[in-house]
Design a protein around this ligand. Structure first.
Ligand code: GLY
Length: 581
């Protein structure tokens, strides 16, 4: 199935046009079609809540807020009000913006707070319990988005979330699987365990009705009084109290001082498509663009999806881009990010010139000076009848975050502090080896990989895409884009296709099972690569959520007879749903 053709010298590459070669991917079901609006999320009830808001006349931003609150109830693994995230908006008039509601470091945080007396990271300190918690931003972010870009009252957008928390919802297979996989994590805090597990410590069963009365009360207070109920009232008090009692450093002022930032998205052009994505404090948009700029000089479509040549070029582009990610990016209020340089097409050409067409690069040769040697998040994509497109990725960082709930709030808290550099050169939860630009400082935001992305073509929305997956979010989102634009896959195939990943360190290609044939792996090994699946107990391959506009794939769009909106939820998630009207 795999077609291996020689790598073509860069200059010649762009002049060649060949029909895309299909990879060895399994067939996917057809994407979901709709004419007026589309919502794609990791949980069916959250998708339905978004569609209901669109049908009621709300716009895509309203729907995004409703989905955000609903996922906090029905997808507690990553949906949240105790974490933070990013929203990329492209409005019907062609304007785009980015709302940063990610967590900020507590005022009492310090650069070495996760190191012992000898200067070594204390195991679990940045991931487990209250010391790992960043100041949450989701409630402030949803309200900011609703007030500035939405059109419906807050209570309309929170109604579904409150209903599912108060009256409960019937657990499906995917909902139960998520709790089952994380039961040991959820057991450690009694306030958390009693919400998510039965009295005997076992997860609830498929078909059970799952209620969260404390969370319902917290949401009802926010619905009635707005974000002050979270940041200035009883909810913040309860979290601060629990934090103080259990080794955390959160203070009331942390909550009172939390501010949303509205930022210019990162933009770049890839083969005539405009990519609109996340700027710092996310590395996502910058690094996707850097990789795309490098790959634009190669005929990927001719070389074929999953061929050794294509994987080689993708991996080398990833290697260079992740060095830049891990060494030079951080919160823009604290460090000067070299974004124009990283997005420069000349810089991409310099990287291409260093890539040996026949041989693997060596990561340690790219080690910047001073560095020494989630797994879960959730993404959703929405588009409305007017063409407003919204991509949201938000998170508690690890699955179920720090695994702690302040008694009486029902709110799971994040462990986002682990996204900072605890110590330069020492890997974090995602194996990322990072530098000083991402060091901990009070009120600073940890560097993210979240990449909520809107792609346009000829001034019109073309694709809405993103995924969870920790450090792999970038390469997952990238591969969905390449699969559509270079390899001609339809949007469902594009998000389902098995993936590969490289993040500079560790110096190896991670492959999802079935991503590469043994022949392809052999060719890559001969080029000098280490290729394997990584830790099988930690299969982080994301859950992409995509929408394609005008047809299910490029060929259909060209013919002009496709559906207006084509939604695809990654088949990796049992509980997810793409739905429209
Ligand atoms: N916590 C995952 C990320 O923000 O990249």
């Amino acid at each position: 199935m795999h077609h291996v053709r020689p790598v073509i010298a860069t200059g010649l590459a762009v002049a060649l046009t060949f029909a895309p070669l299909a990879g060895a991917h399994a067939a996917s079901p057809a994407p979901v079609e709709a004419e007026h609006g589309m919502v794609v999320t990791t949980q069916r009830l959250a998708t339905q809540a978004g569609v209901d808001v669109l049908k009621k006349g709300g716009n895509a931003i309203d729907a995004a807020v409703a989905v955000g609150y609903t996922l906090a109830v029905v997808w507690p693994e990553a949906g949240n009000i105790g974490g933070g995230g990013f929203m990329t908006i492209r409005t019907k008039d062609g304007k785009s913006t980015f709302i940063d509601f990610r967590e900020r470091a507590p005022l009492a945080s310090t650069k070495n707070m996760y190191l012992d007396a000898k200067g070594n990271p204390v195991k679990g300190a940045s991931t487990d319990g209250y010391l790992a918690v960043g100041v949450p931003g989701s409630v402030a972010g949803f309200e900011y988005a609703r007030e500035k870009y939405g059109s419906l009252p807050r209570k309309d957008l929170m109604e579904a979330a409150i209903r599912y928390a108060k009256d409960g919802y019937v657990l499906g297979q995917g909902d139960v699987a998520s709790v089952k996989e994380n039961a040991d994590w959820l057991k450690r805090d009694p306030s958390t365990a009693k919400i998510f597990l039965q009295a005997d410590g076992k997860p609830h069963a498929v078909g059970d009705t799952f209620k969260q009365p404390d969370l319902a009360a917290s949401l009802a207070a926010i619905s009635e009084k707005g974000p002050d109920a979270f940041y200035k009232g009883a909810i913040a008090d309860a979290i601060v109290k629990a934090s103080a009692a259990k080794g955390g450093i959160l203070k009331k002022e942390d909550f009172e001082q939390y501010k949303v930032r509205e930022l210019e998205p990162v933009k770049c052009n890839y083969r005539g498509y405009e990519i609109i994505s996340s700027p710092p404090p996310s590395s996502g948009g910058v690094i996707i663009c850097e990789i795309l700029n490098v790959l634009e000089g190669y005929p990927l479509s001719y070389l074929g999806a999953d061929s050794a040549n294509t994987v080689h070029l993708m991996v080398e582009a990833m290697r260079y881009a992740y060095v830049d990610r891990n060494s030079s990016l951080g919160d823009p209020d604290f460090v000067k990010n070299p974004v124009p340089h990283l997005l420069d097409k000349n810089y991409a050409a310099e990287i291409r010139a260093k890539i040996n067409p026949y041989k693997a690069g060596v990561s340690k040769e790219l080690m910047p000076k001073g560095m020494g040697e989630s797994k879960e998040t959730t993404h959703y994509s929405i588009i409305d009848n007017d063409g407003n497109a919204v991509a949201v990725t938000y998170t508690l960082n690890g699955s179920y975050g720090a695994g702690v709930v302040a008694e009486g709030t029902g709110i799971l808290l994040n462990n986002e502090m682990d996204d900072f550099t605890a110590k330069p050169g020492v890997p974090n939860l995602y194996g990322l080896v990072q530098g000083e630009a991402n060091a901990i400082e009070p009120k600073k935001t940890p560097l993210s990989s979240m990449s909520p992305t809107v792609v346009t073509k000829d001034g019109k929305p073309f694709m809405v895409i993103g995924s969870p997956g920790g450090s792999r979010i970038i390469t997952i989102t990238l591969q969905a884009i390449l699969n559509v634009i270079d390899h001609g896959l339809d949007i469902q195939e594009a998000v389902d296709a098995p993936r590969i990943h490289h993040q500079w360190l560790p110096d190896q290609i991670y492959t999802e099972p079935q991503a590469l044939s043994p022949d392809t792996v052999k060719l890559l090994v001969e080029m000098g690569y280490k290729v394997d699946e990584g830790d099988p107990a930690w299969p982080v391959w994301g859950k992409a959520a995509g929408i394609l506009v005008g047809g299910k794939d490029l060929a259909t769009i060209k013919k002009g007879d496709g559906a207006r909106y084509n939604g695809a939820m990654d088949s990796r998630v049992e509980s997810g749903l793409a739905a429209g009207y």
